[in-house]
Write a protein that binds this ligand. Structure first.
Ligand code: NAD
Length: 483
């Protein structure tokens, strides 16, 4: 990689894909100026016209879903079945927000002497900084609400996985999104990303990435009192109680842990199993994990591809130093950044594999005796993005839910609602700040402005009864009463 380009490599075989130029601070500044210039027309566009353009954008993404999926698969190794699902879902996300534009309603408030109305106004130029692990989908989770609210947007993908974002920028223009409304800037985090954070004309940063960078972005945003939404790292826990349907849990758990090679903020990356069923669960889990096909990510039959870069492969490997796994699966050998599914049954809940976000296919399975112990274990970790509860005692379930902290909870399933564009999603503490998806996406990317209109008339029911009928009518009513 030279100073001004990055060489992208295919993680399946280490071959060079292409060199991509990297944006400078000057490039970002130019993009901000273009975005600011494009803002009035996009902001003031009749809602129904914005609906039509966003619908066309969604349809264009859907029509190019296979192409976008192949770009992500070649660029970061996600199996093609998953990356196609991500691209299809990305189109659905844009549809969801397109359909909501002209239903983004304000309120009216009856107040003394007039009336107050609220309007959801765009924030202005918005910077979207996204990671490498779900390139096209995370970009669209943010693009949908940000554009629908009337903001103009600069999208900065991870410089290692920019290809689908670059294509999204072209598809937006093809779909009729005006020049300057959605720009894609490929650059490094400390240079291009940071410039978005510190540029005074950028009024909001929507960030998804690591907790360490999220902290910096929050501090940088403070300088300009800039809004930030942070979707950060996770170490989501599963709690499996002895009365759970363990065959079903063990059958679904491997996908939830090893999907995308474990490179998932919501990866169910630590499992606590109640002591009486621990050994049986580990056996079942190993048997089910053996079914995961690790191989060429372009092959539709593949369930798990390689890790996304060599550096990340080395980082994930470091978690096995001095550790003897309980079970290790198989993976291709050769030039790719291959890593097998690995299960570690352990009682040391303080070890690195149990406490750190590995972001790879290594699963610690631990045991506990009582509900209180399980709650303590879950709460001991500071990145509670998701929690997965498995058991059949409803009172126990309610106690666990009440006494644990997490961004979201799923009961008796491995689905985490971050995959659903219509439900709120967000972390707590070091796993994030602010919600997005669904209606929360609109709140995240708009400002609610109250307008008070003085009319000199108090509204009935709030300011007291003030002759709602004309005098003539009231006289007639009075005569009627006297009869
Ligand atoms: P990262 O924080 O290194 O990078 C994320 C983005 O921030 C990239 O575009 C990067 O270029 C940019 N960046 C880096 N330094 C920056 C800086 N100083 N200023 C501005 N921008 C900067 O994270 P990553 O390694 O790309 O992604 C993995 C992390 O993302 C994991 O911790 C994972 O849990 C998290 N993640 C969270 C969610 C969620 O929804 N909570 C989803 C996906 C990934």
């Amino acid at each position: 990689m030279s100073d001004r380009t990055i060489t992208l490599r295919n993680p399946a075989d280490d071959s060079v894909i292409q060199d991509v130029p990297l944006a400078t601070v000057h490039d970002v500044d130019q993009a901000v100026i273009r975005a600011q210039a494009a803002l009035p027309a996009w902001r003031d566009m009749a809602p129904n016209d914005r609906v039509k353009i966003m619908r066309r954008f969604a349809e264009t993404i859907a029509a190019h879903a296979q192409e976008l999926a192949e770009l992500d698969t070649r660029n970061m190794g996600m199996p093609i079945g998953s990356s196609k699902w991500c691209a299809d879902t990305a189109a659905e996300v844009i549809h969801y927000y397109a359909g909501a534009i002209d239903k983004h309603l304000g309120h009216t408030y009856p107040v003394a002497g007039g009336v107050t109305m609220t309007f959801h106004e765009p924030l202005g130029v918005v910077g979207l900084i996204v990671p490498w692990n779900f390139p096209v989908l995370i970009a669209c989770w943010k693009l949908g609400p940000a554009l629908a609210c009337g903001n103009t947007v600069i999208l900065k993908p991870a410089e290692t996985t920019p290809l689908s974002a670059m294509r999204l920028g072209e598809l937006a223009l093809e779909a009729g999104i005006p020049e300057g409304v959605l720009q894609v800037v490929v650059g490094t985090g400390p240079e291009a990303g940071w410039r978005l954070v510190e540029h005074p004309m950028v009024r909001k940063i929507g960030f998804t990435g690591s907790t360490a960078v999220g902290k910096r972005i929050m501090a940088g945003g403070a300088e300009h009192l800039k809004r930030v939404t942070l979707e950060l790292g996770g170490k989501s826990a599963n709690i499996v109680f002895a009365d759970a349907d363990i065959e079903t849990v063990a059958a679904s758990a491997p996908g939830a842990v090893f999907d995308n090679s474990g490179q998932d903020c919501c990866s169910r990356s630590r499992i606590f199993v109640q002591r009486p069923i621990f050994d049986e669960f580990v056996e079942l889990m190993i048997a089910e994990t053996q079914k995961i096909v690790v191989g060429d990510p372009m092959d539709p039959a593949t369930n798990m591809g390689p890790l996304f870069t060599r550096a990340h492969h080395d980082r994930v490997s470091s978690y096995l130093e001095g550790v003897t796994p309980t079970w290790t699966g198989s993976a291709p050998t050769g030039n790719g950044y291959w890593f097998p599914c690995t299960i570690i049954a352990t009682s040391d809940i303080t070890s690195r594999v149990c406490t750190e976000e590995i972001f790879g296919p290594i699963l610690p399975v631990m045991t506990y005796s009582s509900m209180d112990e399980a709650i303590d274990y879950v709460n001991a970790h500071d990145r509670p993005l998701g929690l997965y509860y498995f058991g059949s005692d409803k009172a126990e379930e309610q106690r666990v839910l009440t006494r644990t902290v997490s961004g979201g909870v799923t009961v008796n399933d491995v689905v985490f609602h971050n995959a659903m564009e219509d439900l709120p999603f967000g972390g707590v503490g070091p796993s994030g700040m602010g919600n997005y998806h669904g209606a929360d996406g609109f709140r995240t990317f708009s400002h609610m402005r109250a307008v008070y209109r003085q009319t000199g008339v108090d509204v009935a029911g709030m300011g007291g009864f003030k002759a709602p009928y004309g005098k003539a009518t009231l006289k007639t009513l009075a005569k009627e009463l006297k009869k």
